[in-house]
Ligand binder design. Structure first.
Ligand SMILES: *Cc1c(COP(=O)(O)O)cnc(C)c1O
Length: 433
């Protein structure tokens, strides 16, 4: 079966072919007005300021050949290179090669939560720098190469800084990244250890992001590729690989329900894009799925808008232990609302206390130690089941996007069961026999 072009590249308004080789990526399309521009380090539409998104030419693909090519590919995200904005020889370049993380069948957690339709945890703590951010940075670094940038940068809530530091070190870029000055120690060390420059900004993530936009417009930022700002259209595509992997690991099947964390909302919107592509390419059967967004109550601009029935997302000042998700003014918030409503999902939030309980629940049932973002998704899953919103009889995938070792403070109360002298009497006295 021949495959349809996912987004037409033959319309008459198309710009001339871009000189850079980023594989099947054909151009940038405005998500709002459809205006099309050649591939380049731009992220906002010059006509309407809407976000730019990669448009592909998948017209040459045959479904069965593509499936075979993917299955024969490496055990990392580059098995999906034909569907990503990267050159065909990407797997030969120095990159930290994230992805193909475990999809854990979480039967113990399912029993605890009353899920009968199959519950899975997509565990992205297994990536090279222990968060999902390695996926998006891997794309951005190929775009940075194509556009001739020599310095890699980002505004980060912590995990991204580490992913940029590691990828830059391996690929031979200078890196200089910006974070709020008061992040968790684990995140700071993870970002600093790779030898790049790490700058703490006195302010929250939204202040950091504003500063980076200013730097891009200034001569001081010339030659800098900001993975989540001027390289954002490329960066964002990395999240599609989560959708591809989940479906392939389920035997080329769509799950019925997915629970996804929201910071800027980019990951959630691109997971939806990835699922839509698989349907259009014929790699999975076309059937409905629901996407549920998860936030922490202390930074819940999207769930607040969802519950109020609003289309616009009003910014908040974050105050939560889920710092990796603490974006008060999420760029993709309105698209998340669209997707949750269109697919029949929802957006929900949980308190910090529920986040901690959920981290412990996942750890004691499945042996997976999640960072606070994983506590948010597991906590929201539990809440949505209790509220009758998430259907426990359907196949459900919950994302864990980061590693608990980076947010040890969240479970600081956890520790020794007992301290004993090194003899059996003392062991018995402690009631451990
Ligand atoms: C960045 C991040 C996310 C989601 O980010 P988006 O901005 O919504 O794409 C989720 N989990 C963790 C651990 C993260 O670091």
């Amino acid at each position: 079966m021949a495959v349809q072009t996912v987004e037409s590249t033959t319309d008459t308004t198309a710009s001339p072919a871009s000189p850079v080789d980023l594989g099947p990526a054909a151009a940038l399309n405005c998500r709002e007005c459809g205006h099309r521009v050649p591939l380049g380090p731009v992220f906002a539409c010059e006509e309407c300021f809407g976000p730019l998104e990669i448009a592909y030419d998948f017209s040459a693909y045959d479904t069965e050949e593509l499936r075979k090519r993917i299955e024969a590919g490496p055990a990392n995200i580059w098995r999906y290179a034909p569907l990503l904005p990267v050159p065909a020889d990407v797997a030969d370049k120095p990159n930290i090669n994230p992805g193909w993380t475990k999809l854990v069948k979480a039967d113990n957690l399912a029993r605890e939560l009353g899920v009968t339709g199959g519950l899975y945890v997509k565990d992205d703590s297994g990536n090279p720098t222990h968060s999902f951010k390695d996926r998006v940075v891997a794309q951005a670094i190929e775009a940075a190469r194509a556009f001739g940038f020599t310095t890699l940068s980002c505004s980060s809530t912590g995990n991204l800084a580490g992913a940029v530091g590691a990828a830059a070190a391996r690929a031979g870029f200078r890196s200089c990244v910006f974070i709020p000055h008061d992040l968790e120690q684990g995140k700071v060390v993870m970002a600093a250890v790779y030898g790049g420059e790490l700058v703490g900004i006195e302010g929250n993530y939204d202040d950091v992001n504003r500063f980076c936009s200013e730097l891009i417009g200034d001569s001081a930022g010339e030659g800098w590729g900001f993975v989540n700002v001027n390289l954002r259209p490329y960066y964002a595509e990395g999240s599609k690989t989560l959708a591809y992997e989940i479906c392939e690991q389920l035997g080329w099947r769509l799950p019925d329900q997915l629970v996804v964390p929201i910071a800027s909302g980019s990951q959630l919107t691109k997971i939806d894009k990835g699922l839509q592509e698989l349907i259009k390419l014929g790699l999975v059967e076309d059937k409905p799925y629901k996407i549920f967004g998860a936030q922490a109550e202390g930074c819940s601009p999207v769930s607040t808008a969802y519950k109020a029935g609003h289309d616009v997302v009003r910014p908040q000042k974050p105050d939560t232990i889920a710092k990796s998700l603490a974006i008060g003014n999420p760029a993709d918030g309105p698209y998340v609302l669209d997707i949750a409503r269109r697919t029949g999902g929802a957006v929900e939030d949980v308190t910090d206390e529920q986040v901690v309980d959920a981290i412990k629940l996942l750890a004691r049932t499945e042996g997976i130690f999640a960072e606070t973002a994983g506590g948010v998704t597991v906590g929201v899953t539990k809440k949505l089941i209790e509220d009758g919103v998430l259907d426990p009889s359907l196949t459900t995938v919950v994302l864990n996007t980061g590693d608990g070792l980076k947010t040890l403070d969240a479970v600081a109360g956890t520790g020794l069961t007992a301290t004993i002298r090194p003899n059996l009497d003392s062991f018995r006295e402690a009631g451990l026999a």
